[in-house]
Design a protein around this ligand. Structure first.
Ligand SMILES: [Zn+2]
Length: 119
């Protein structure tokens, strides 16, 4: 191998190394970009899942809790309130004298009945 030929080979090899180094830097840059993108997608996915769970919980609460609770509470509460109001307006709500006037007197049957309904 001649000296000039050898130097040419070394310079050629150095150029190849530089080219590979450049490709390697591009590859690293690509990996960094993909890692960053993956991270932000994971964050967004987590955020969306949390949001979805919240909405699912709210929907289930609306579906499951509303129909059974509201009618019962309203019916019982209004019924007792109506009976108490009728009693306060001067009429019996007990089954002994139901609907007739108390004539200004308290009725133990009515009071007992109302206190049982409120309990
Ligand atoms: Zn009564």
């Amino acid at each position: 191998m001649k000296e000039g030929n050898f130097l040419d080979r070394v310079m050629e090899f150095e150029q190849q190394l530089e080219a590979m180094h450049e490709q390697f830097r591009e590859l690293i840059g690509f990996v960094a970009k993909m890692t960053e993108e993956n991270h932000s997608l994971q964050l967004e996915n987590h955020h969306l899942r949390t949001r979805l769970d919240e909405l699912t919980d709210k929907t289930q609460m609306m579906d499951e809790k509303r129909p059974p609770e509201k009618p019962q509470r309203v019916d019982i509460g209004e019924g007792v309130d109506n009976l108490a109001r009728i009693y306060n307006e001067g009429y019996h709500v007990c089954n002994v004298h139901y609907g007739s006037s108390r004539k200004g007197e308290d009725c133990l049957f009515c009071l007992s009945f109302l206190s049982k309904q409120n309990a």
